[in-house]
Design a protein around this ligand. Structure first.
Ligand SMILES: C[S@@+](CC[C@H](N)C(=O)[O-])C[C@H]1O[C@@H](n2cnc3c(N)ncnc32)[C@H](O)[C@@H]1O
Length: 312
């Protein structure tokens, strides 16, 4: 074998050894799609502690939906049930709120609250066929819609299960985010990986206000209001910011990135976050939220579903 080929082979061999022993190859796992199977009991408990900002925004959505006593409500992606409990107070005593979430850990915590006029089920927006047509007065999703890939199918199914005149409420992250913490996240990924692997990694299925409006129209809804709000809340420390992301992303924060690379990104993030912490206040979390309220027009009823359903 000639000397150049031999030295090239040795170099290649040493390079592979380096990759095996000293660093992970930086590539995204095939499993980068959002998956609720990444959730854990600890993340669900952490969400319960850190979700005050989502809860406050959710209360505003519920007020816009004007829930009345006796109404039947569906809370899709109810998480640990705080907002479900709030809605239950408004539809009690003859009404009911059904809370569904695909994470058994979150449903477990919601059930443990023993909230009156609520029932909880482990279920996802992907399959609402168990619910009868023209059944609910109100359906809402608070900070859940940006986790859903096939938004059109879900909107159509919600249309089917809403009564004519029934209301739909959605709060979700806007596709366009404009915060220092988000910029820090992006820079930390870039510095560690050399590039942002792809947008879906950080903002999985976000859409714009215009896209949401178009989807709602295509699915037959009358739109009552659609606004964008910039919310600000503060978290105490860089560690709390990471905990917040991990918990509200139910394990999908930097999902699909190899653990060693993820640890490096988080380390960089914490260093940068410490620099923007305001004494006595903490770290500013700014988030652009789309707030949608619409309804199913009164003259439109839906066909019966294929599967049977026991009234909740
Ligand atoms: C940020 S949390 C919001 C929880 C709750 N709505 C609140 O306001 O606190 C997002 C929730 O969406 C749930 N989720 C994710 N994908 C979902 C889907 N396809 N259908 C229903 N819920 C989903 C997660 O398990 C998680 O509990």
């Amino acid at each position: 074998m000639n000397i150049t080929i031999k030295s090239n082979l040795i170099f290649y061999y040493l390079f592979c050894l380096y990759l095996c022993f000293f660093d992970e190859p930086i590539e995204i796992h095939a499993s980068s799609a959002v998956s609720v199977s990444r959730d854990t009991a600890a993340l669900a408990r952490s969400y319960q502690k850190l979700s005050l900002s989502q809860y406050s925004q959710g209360m505003k959505l519920i007020q816009l939906l004007k829930i009345k006593p006796g109404e039947k409500i569906l809370d899709i992606g109810c998480g640990t049930g705080e907002l479900t409990a709030y809605s239950a107070q408004l539809c009690a005593p003859r009404g009911i709120v059904v809370g569904i979430d695909p994470s058994p850990y979150r449903i477990d915590l919601a059930r443990k609250k023993r909230i009156k006029y609520c029932s909880f089920q482990v279920a996802s927006s992907d399959n609402l066929s168990a619910f009868p047509s023209n059944h609910f007065d109100v359906v809402y999703l608070n900070y859940v819609f940006h986790w859903i890939a096939d938004k059109k199918s879900v909107l159509k199914e919600i249309f089917r299960i809403l009564k004519p005149g029934g209301r739909l409420g959605i709060t979700m992250g806007d596709k366009q985010q404009n915060s220092t913490v988000f910029a820090i996240l992006m820079t930390s990924i870039k510095e560690t990986m050399g590039k942002i692997p792809y947008g879906e990694l950080v903002t999985p299925y976000y859409i714009s206000k215009e896209q949401l409006l178009q989807l709602a129209n295509q699915c037959g809804y009358s739109v009552d209001s659609l606004t964008v709000e910039e919310n600000i809340h503060y978290l105490n420390s860089p560690t709390e910011v990471i905990e917040f992301f991990e918990a509200s992303d139910f394990g999908n924060f930097l999902g699909g990135i190899p653990q060693q690379t993820k640890t490096k990104i988080i380390h960089k993030m914490k260093e940068k976050l410490a620099q923007i912490s305001i004494p006595g206040r903490g770290i500013e979390m700014k988030y652009r939220t789309l707030i949608f309220v619409g309804h199913k027009p009164k003259n439109k009823s839906s066909p019966r579903p294929k599967l049977g359903f026991k009234n909740p």
